[in-house]
Design a protein around this ligand. Structure first.
Ligand SMILES: [Zn+2]
Ligand SMILES: [Zn+2]
Length: 422
């Protein structure tokens, strides 16, 4: 790192140092006013207004949900890469059982995945840019290094894996060279960071099955084609054969989470519907298992006489962290929280994250920021009714993302032509 970059980073720290109270205030406002996936209209208005007040121009997306704004730090040169920083903003349809003054004011809605915190952290980059602008006007902070160009993205509907797709379709990534993401992680103490190179989350495929038989009397199954028995066989066969179809050292899991069918204990129904979720981290394993599901369905049709239709729905690829961008996040995190608090994540999560949709357009990486308040055992898990976080992590998140953007700007800038070429 050059001396100039170091100086810029020191200046940035000074900008963010004064922002902590504002970040907490923003997060508490969002936390008290949660909106579910696809309905984040007031959240969008609030964030757009904050950005406008800082002097940035907000772009609001279709149906008034989702907002982005381009922000500069310092004075970027023409060749400076545009770096996107993504936050989500949706809450979950579940009760908030916390006894704090900023608890949800809306019945049955809860920011239980920390997306309020992500929005505050990313808004912090806009605040830092505005603070830098004010400081530079008084000449205290005009670093000689190229400025940084940022696109702050606040997306709706992450929990339903739709929001990233909506914004990408509307051109949110036009001109973007790299994208950064962050998610809070209650399984780590506040201030600890997890970084992963390669697959961070899983490929997710929903599978819907419809088993069609012939209904009839419970006492005379020989007059029927029993859809319940076929469905039961199907679940058993999938659970038995899928894991044995791929190398056991490659992570994969298949779960049926929903079964519907039947009218009464003494009636064999015509049809049974099942829905499940396939999670994999390797594209070949994913293809193999999808094919094997087809084979197993064929086999169940053969032995049961039932017709089984199936389809894959809502495919979502794994988040695959780009090595260069993950390295910038790792370095930034080490500078902010100290080497001893940054760990490599040794296994991908089997969860899904629609950050992967941006990665189809631009390389990027996402980090996990520990958020558990010390002394709380067991941790307040994501999607649990009492989920809360240590708010000191808000400014840490902002600082890590800022530093990573500065480091990346330095690394992604086109290099000047060498002497020999001239
Ligand atoms: Zn979630
Ligand atoms: Zn989440």
């Amino acid at each position: 790192m050059t001396e100039d970059t170091n100086r810029v980073l020191a200046d940035l720290d000074e900008c963010v140092a004064g922002l902590e109270a504002t970040l907490i205030e923003v997060r508490r406002h969002l936390h008290a006013h949660p909106e579910p996936s696809g309905e984040e209209v007031r959240t969008t208005e609030f964030l757009a207004q904050q950005l406008a007040e800082m002097g940035w121009e907000p772009r609001v997306y279709r149906n008034g949900i989702g907002v982005s704004a381009d922000v500069v730090l310092g004075r970027p040169s023409d060749g400076a890469p545009l770096i996107a920083v993504r936050s989500d903003m949706d809450a979950l349809r579940m009760p908030d059982e916390k006894a704090v003054e900023y608890r949800s004011q809306y019945e049955g809605l809860n920011h239980a995945c920390g997306h309020d915190a992500h929005a505050a952290m990313v808004l912090g980059l806009g605040l830092a840019g505005a603070a830098w602008r004010r400081h530079s006007e008084t000449e205290t902070l005009a670093g000689p290094v190229d400025g940084v160009r940022l696109r702050l993205i606040f997306q709706p509907a992450e929990e339903t894996s739709q929001g990233a797709r909506w914004l990408v379709e509307q051109g949110v990534l036009e001109g973007v060279s790299a994208i950064l993401g962050i998610h809070v992680d209650p399984e780590r103490l506040a201030g600890q960071v997890g970084i992963r190179y390669g697959a961070l989350t899983a490929n997710c495929d929903e599978v819907a099955f419809v088993v069609n038989g012939h209904g009839g009397h419970a006492a005379r199954p020989h007059h029927t084609i029993d859809s319940v028995a076929a469905a039961a066989q199907l679940v058993g066969a999938l659970y038995q054969f899928l894991p044995r179809s791929v190398d056991s050292r490659q992570p994969s899991v298949f779960t049926i989470g929903e079964i519907k069918g039947g009218y009464a204990p003494n009636v064999i129904p015509e049809r049974v519907e099942l829905r499940g979720s396939l999670r994999t981290t390797d594209p070949h394993v994913r293809e193999t298992l999808k094919r094997r599901i087809g084979d197993i369905v064929d086999g169940i049709e053969e032995v049961s006489g039932a017709r089984v239709r199936y389809e894959f729905l809502n495919p979502l690829k794994a988040v695959y962290n780009d090595p260069q961008i993950a390295a910038a996040l790792e370095e930034a995190a080490k500078q902010v929280v100290g080497k001893e608090n940054v760990a490599l994540i040794n296994r991908p999560s089997m969860g899904g994250e629609d950050f992967s949709i941006y990665l189809e357009q631009a390389p990027g990486a996402m980090l996990r920021l520990g958020c558990s308040p010390p002394g709380v055992e067991p941790p307040l898990f994501l999607h649990s009714q009492k989920f809360d976080l240590d708010e000191r992590v808000l400014s840490l998140g902002t600082r890590i993302l800022l530093r990573a953007a500065v480091l990346l700007t330095d690394r992604l800038r086109p290099s000047p032509p060498s002497a020999q070429e001239e």
